[in-house]
Design a protein around this ligand. Structure first.
Ligand SMILES: C[S@@+](CC[C@H](N)C(=O)[O-])C[C@H]1O[C@@H](n2cnc3c(N)ncnc32)[C@H](O)[C@@H]1O
Length: 264
């Protein structure tokens, strides 16, 4: 915890290029101004934010078991949905960012590793209701809860795959070349460094120029932080954007290789 706070303070001091000042690529400048800082004024549907707020009060008990790393929030084997949503799901702000990213890139497919209760899924799917979204969740109760939530709030071609990411990702990867690698992937499960490196590598191997990969909680632990730094240096990653709570990877080959820290 102390380490994370120190990293956050460092981030405040070392962030650069707020709102894209000094960035010459029109593509990147557009992304920072129109998407990150929402110059386009894209709004999440009210029904989605209302549902998110309602779930912060939801008292249904959900099992805490997960194939990935133990939560830093839950201490018993059951937890209310509200506690999960407040402690482990994306915030409204970051949910809205995911929504804008999807709305801007118009991917042909969305992949999510770590559905949780479906909050992030809901923000992404509502931005592209016709786009197939494949999300993987290892906890049976959460997967069922998420499937119901999506069905109720933004029914569309969303599949919640119940199982370990290690196995289920192998079923999804062959679908990516069919959309010429034009996908957005959101990695928010199994916050160990080795799986993060492995999943990102597998996704990059199927990615086209227009693919975008988003990693949540890049400062969750020292391991995640090292994985993020390593991934940012891979040659296929043209631009890495460190927002502290999330990291975004852009792969377009015509982009000048650069790593940005932005205060979001
Ligand atoms: C942080 S939560 C996801 C929250 C969700 N993305 C949201 O913002 O609403 C991470 C989820 O990943 C799942 N998970 C972790 N490791 C996994 C693995 N190896 N396979 C499948 N699911 C996993 C956990 O069960 C947990 O529900």
């Amino acid at each position: 915890m102390v380490w994370r706070i120190l990293q956050y303070i460092r981030h405040q001091f070392y962030f650069r290029k707020r709102r894209g000042y000094g960035i010459h690529s029109p593509y990147l400048f557009g992304f920072i101004n129109q998407v990150l800082f929402n110059g386009k004024g894209v709004k999440v549907p009210l029904s989605i934010t209302q549902e998110h707020r309602r779930l912060k009060e939801e008292s249904t008990m959900i099992g805490t078991g997960s194939p990935g790393m133990a939560s830093k929030v839950a201490f018993s084997d059951k937890r209310t949905a509200a506690s999960f949503v407040k402690g482990s799901s994306v915030s409204e702000r970051y949910g809205a960012l995911l929504h804008r990213i999807i709305s801007w890139f118009e991917p042909e497919m969305i992949v999510e590793l770590g559905t949780g209760l479906g909050i992030s899924t809901m923000y992404m799917s509502s931005a592209a209701p016709e786009t197939p979204l494949h999300s993987i969740e290892g906890n049976r109760e959460r997967a069922a809860f998420a499937a119901q939530l999506i069905n109720r709030c933004c029914p569309g071609p969303v599949s919640v795959h119940r199982g370990d990411i290690d196995e289920k990702l192998e079923d999804i990867l062959p679908l990516l070349p069919m959309v010429k690698g034009r996908f957005v992937a959101f990695l928010d499960g199994n916050h160990h460094s080795a799986p993060t490196l492995k999943y990102t590598r597998k996704l990059i191997e199927q990615a086209g120029d227009e693919a975008v990969i988003i990693l949540d909680d890049i400062y969750w632990s020292r391991g995640m932080c090292l994985a993020w730094k390593q991934i940012s240096q891979w040659p296929e990653v043209r631009v890495s954007i460190d927002l502290f709570h999330m990291g975004i990877l852009l792969l377009r080959r015509d982009l000048y290789k650069t790593s940005l820290k932005i205060m979001f």
